[in-house]
Design a protein around this ligand. Sequence first.
Ligand SMILES: Nc1nc2c(ncn2[C@@H]2O[C@H](COP(=O)(O)OP(=O)(O)OP(=O)(O)O)[C@@H](O)[C@H]2O)c(=O)[nH]1
Length: 377
Amino acid sequence: MSAAARLGRRVGTTAKEELRRNKGAWRDPLPAAASRAIAERIPLADLVVQVRDARIPLSSECEILRNYPPSLKQIVALNKMDLVGTSNVKAWMGYFRERNCISCGVNAHNKENIKQLLSLIQRRVSELKGADQCDNNYTATVMLVGIPNVGKSALVNALHQVGRISAAEKGKLKHATVSPEPGETKDIRSFKIGSHPNIYVLDTPAILSPKVPNVDILSKLILTGAIGDCLVRRKEVAQHFLAIHNSSEQYKKWAKLSMKDNDRLFLNGTTEQLTSSGLHMKHKNQIPTDHTQDCVVQDVRRTLFETISSFEGDVRCEDEMEALIARQFTALQEAFHVSIESEEDDAHDKVAGKLLNLFRTGRLGHYILDNLPGYIQ
Ligand SMILES: Nc1nc2c(ncn2[C@@H]2O[C@H](COP(=O)(O)OP(=O)(O)OP(=O)(O)O)[C@@H](O)[C@H]2O)c(=O)[nH]1
């Protein structure tokens, strides 16, 4: 087992112990009655869109949908595909296709993706309604169901916006609450996403099975933010992320950020050229800039590159990986402008929170945390 997997297992084990101490209860605000209400409506829906997190296509499965509804009445939407990259999503779609399950990759913040998801839903609904409904004079209900924080509300808002505009509907747009914190959606709400036929989509509160998953899945749910950072110290979760990052090739993409200022000048023009103010301006325009234009993100990337590339230990070995991570925490304190006078625990907690935020918003690269079955890591 890799050092990253071992660190993940440690996070999962701590979380599981914490749950056991709390008598197995999730810090899940969703009452059992709401879960029941969703389960009861599922058979009545014309179509269910199971929203999963594209970073964890298996670990984010919603357990109550495992055997129902039949795959015909279900689409698996791998949301947050912007965080994993198109080729990974395509590979996973192949996996679902082999299991006769319709799936699609989607980014709730991308209008073109939403249009594609909307037409897939419309097509599927009309196929399921059958030929006798071909006058398009019917109403269909689509349920969006999934575990916490996978982007159900963000998708509902986007589908509602695109669907109503294309249907030339009048009236106010409604908004479902979108939040980086899991468990924000409390009620089942309906949003119109099409006319002729009338299609309504139901946003639903997140469902997490009362059965605690195995420690590997638990650690991935915590890392991706499906379960809030309340079961395990944020530092441990960030250490898990760093172990994954340090085992990947991602840092190599940031090599150019590490060049000394002089090297950058050399690459962009000679020193004499640069003394001329006109050429200096030209040079300034040539300095490679990060698309995020975010200095902190650049500093963090550079710090990660420099700490890994100068590390002489073997990151496959758990102790050495931990030594590297300890060094990274110290170096990241500066990159994140966390005061060096803070207490170490406090400073590390701040670094962990900021690092996890960058990872969860995709600013530290693409990561897919589940392995395709049959693929050896
Ligand atoms: N990068 C990225 N972030 C997304 C995407 N979709 C949603 N998010 C973010 O993920 C977080 C959770 O989104 P929500 O729509 O509130 O998720 P939810 O599944 O409704 O959450 P619950 O209230 O737990 O049910 C928010 O910070 C969103 O901005 C996406 O496609 N890409």
